[in-house]
Design a protein around this ligand. Sequence first.
Ligand code: ADP
Ligand code: MG
Ligand code: MG
Length: 254
Amino acid sequence: EILLSVKDLTAEVDGNPILKGVNLEVRAGEIHAIMGPNGSGKSTFSKALAGHPAYEVTGGEAIFQGKDLLEMEAEERARAGVFLAFQYPLEIPGVSNLDFLRVAYNSRRKEQGLEELDAFDFDDLIQEKLDVVKMDAAFLNRSVNEGFSGGEKKRNEILQMALLEPKIAILDETDSGLDIDALKIVANGVNQLASPENATILITHYQRLLNYIVPDYVHVMAGGRIIKSGGKELALELESRGYDWVLEQAATEV
Ligand code: ADP
Ligand code: MG
Ligand code: MG
């Protein structure tokens, strides 16, 4: 089952073309890694898929479970099961993490035609999910991400993901700024949540995370395009050889 099909996607930011024709097909059950040099358009790609308003899609298509993703508002995409964990997670002062999670969870349930969970049932559920990410319940009563350390924010994202059970999860540089223990917890959470029904796109500059989450496919993005795709061994090759050889290879193929 194809969950996401992206064809010739182009996008710009402030009038600057950034994505120059991205092609990607993601089936249920797959984990894809997108790697590539800084500034190659990885975050732009994830934001364009999530519907971030600053990223203007100028061409191509993105079909999610048979629906035109590009026609949907960002909130609709989230409710439909597209989850984006940001490289720099938002802080929302004055809104408790618990309330934020409950609202997000219930709007996702509504979309699925299910009834809202009451506060008591939600409490039970969230305790279960806290265990997945080994997070202290005290975090629920704090404002969303406010004063959280880098590692705590990342764990909080995985908590959101565990709760929302997205169809497709896009994790943008979820490994950046994590110490090895936090990295393992994040990876463990991602691995536990991966199933034959959903898919994960991991965006990472380093292959470190891929020691813990084994991708089915590895793609190299450069200059706003995916210029090479391969299996998990490609990540190791990139780690030892860098990106230049891929860029040269792509240049001679054009
Ligand atoms: P990556 O995530 O691969 O490091 P990005 O998608 O963040 O790359 O950036 C790709 C290019 O788009 C960079 O040249 C960056 O400077 C530019 N860019 C990204 N966001 C903005 C923005 N808000 N305004 C102007 N340029 C941007
Ligand atoms: Mg980025
Ligand atoms: Mg728009």
